[in-house]
Write a protein that binds this ligand. Structure first.
Ligand code: G6P
Ligand code: MG
Length: 216
């Protein structure tokens, strides 16, 4: 039986992908090149350091480790400025309701995100108190598809991996759930997230009945 739901943040609870894209694009432009929204898909669920490596490779630009640190810091300053204006209106449709439904049904809830800015965002959208555990980029050393972020969540909640369902919009996140021995629900397109036990277009489509089916 399912005892807990673990939620990714970017692309599942809020759509911050557009802010990450704007900030990375500004950085790329400052280095003399550009990249598309299509390329940006490859950055979803990917850590800050790894995202920069990918973007630099797209632009054919090479930088030393020290330079890369400065560039990642610059991008994050722009990103933090943008998310500082976020409000609860930016919660994705149905997301808050479904997390509340889970809690009302006696399930535990956790956040499992690669972002070091998770707490800032949860505070801005007023959802800090809806999670029994918050595992973010400041608490993990191995990025998705490594299951570390979700296994730590299960541990903090005191449940077994097989009692958890992970909600993810990134293929790396679904792979992390599978590697951790958990069930998963993909948020997005079945073409991309076909490995998940169920795919829905958003949490507004999710119900406790569907969750029960995933647990069977
Ligand atoms: C999430 C996003 C990625 C982002 C990563 C790190 O996984 O989907 O686009 O790069 O978090 O976020 P941060 O806020 O720490 O730079
Ligand atoms: Mg995501």
């Amino acid at each position: 039986t399912i005892k807990a739901c673990l939620f990714d943040l970017d692309g599942v609870i809020v759509d911050t992908a557009i802010y990450h894209y704007k900030a990375w694009r500004r950085l790329a432009n400052s280095l003399g090149f550009d990249f598309t929204e299509h390329d940006n898909e490859k950055l979803k669920g990917v850590s800050r350091v790894r995202s920069l490596e990918l973007i630099l490779s797209w632009g054919g630009v090479s930088k030393t480790t020290e330079e890369q640190e400065l560039l990642a810091t610059q991008k994050n300053e722009w990103y933090v400025e943008m998310i500082s204006h976020m409000t609860p209106a930016e919660i994705l449709p149905g997301a808050k309701q479904f997390v509340e439904d889970c809690r009302a049904a006696g399930l535990k809830t956790a956040l499992g995100s690669a972002s070091k800015n998770s707490m800032t965002i949860l505070e801005k959208i007023n959802m800090v108190n809806l999670f029994d555990a918050i595992i973010d980029g400041t608490k993990v050393s191995k990025a998705k598809p490594d299951p570390e972020v979700f296994l730590k969540g299960a541990e903090e909640l005191g449940v077994k991996p097989e009692e958890c369902v992970v909600f993810e919009d990134a293929i790396a996140g679904i792979e992390a759930a599978i590697a951790g021995g958990m069930k998963s629900v993909g948020i997005g397109s079945p073409d991309v997230l076909g490995k998940a036990n169920l795919v829905v277009s958003g949490l507004s489509e999710m119900t406790l009945d569907k969750l029960e089916d995933v647990g069977k």
